[in-house]
Design a protein around this ligand. Structure first.
Ligand SMILES: [Zn+2]
Length: 227
């Protein structure tokens, strides 16, 4: 069934029918799988998208996935890569995490204008926000690419759709979709690095303001049609 992107449609569908095709292409092996919501109710649903996600998890045992610590996600944390290199797209960041190119750092999704790469399961903690703080303990981390030539408008739109879908999937309210800036970064030794200006292009003077609120509205516009 083809569902026009910008025309929400109401269809009678089992929730199990709302599935995302997961393609693996970052690494050499290619597989595909369907994931389904656990809810089995069959009812009238309104939706207009299911994000296409390329799923390629960091190898277990890697420096940045040494401990597969379980997590029940309560928040979604939005970042941007601050990497303007023309080649620094979502796939490149997936590869970067596969070789632990940023040490112990890890996150769940990377988004560019064309794609979404998933590098950690959403029930596993990443290391992207605030050391051992709640941002890492309880949030799904999404990085938006900033590579030269990549459309920011399209990247924001794809990120908004992904966030809306994750909100639905994990029952996360919009009040718990936060910028990285939200989390105070206090290292285990007590050193306080304060709040990071991230994602910098959605902050006003280093804090959430008009631009962040507009982005939340964009996410809500995709969340509301979902049941
Ligand atoms: Zn960040």
């Amino acid at each position: 069934m083809i569902i026009p992107r910008h025309l929400p449609v109401t269809v009678a569908v089992s929730v199990t029918g709302v599935s995302a095709v997961l393609l693996v292409s970052c690494a050499s092996s290619k597989t595909s799988a369907n994931i389904s919501a656990t809810n089995q109710r069959s009812t009238s649903r309104t939706f207009d998208f299911v994000p296409k996600i390329t799923r390629d998890f960091i190898p277990p045992g890697n420096l940045n996935r040494r401990n597969e610590r379980k997590m029940k996600p309560r928040y979604i944390t939005i970042h941007s890569t601050s990497n303007q290199s023309p080649t620094a797209n979502a796939e490149a960041h997936c590869r970067l995490l596969h070789r632990a190119g940023l040490g112990i750092l890890s996150w769940h999704f990377t988004v560019d204008e064309n794609s979404i790469y998933q590098t950690l399961p959403t029930d596993e903690r990443g290391q992207h926000a605030d050391y051992e703080g709640p941002g890492n303990q309880y949030s799904i981390g999404i990085e938006m690419c900033e590579n030269e030539g990549n459309s920011r408008v399209k990247t924001l739109d794809r990120t908004a759709r992904l966030a809306a879908w994750l909100m639905k999937k994990h029952d996360i309210p919009i009040s718990r979709v936060v910028p990285h800036q939200h989390w105070r970064r206090v290292r285990q030794d007590g050193k306080d690095f304060g709040h990071k200006n991230c994602p910098h292009f959605l902050m006003d003077n280093g804090e959430p303001g008009r631009k962040w609120n507009a982005f939340l509205k964009q996410i809500q516009s995709y969340r509301e049609p979902l049941p």
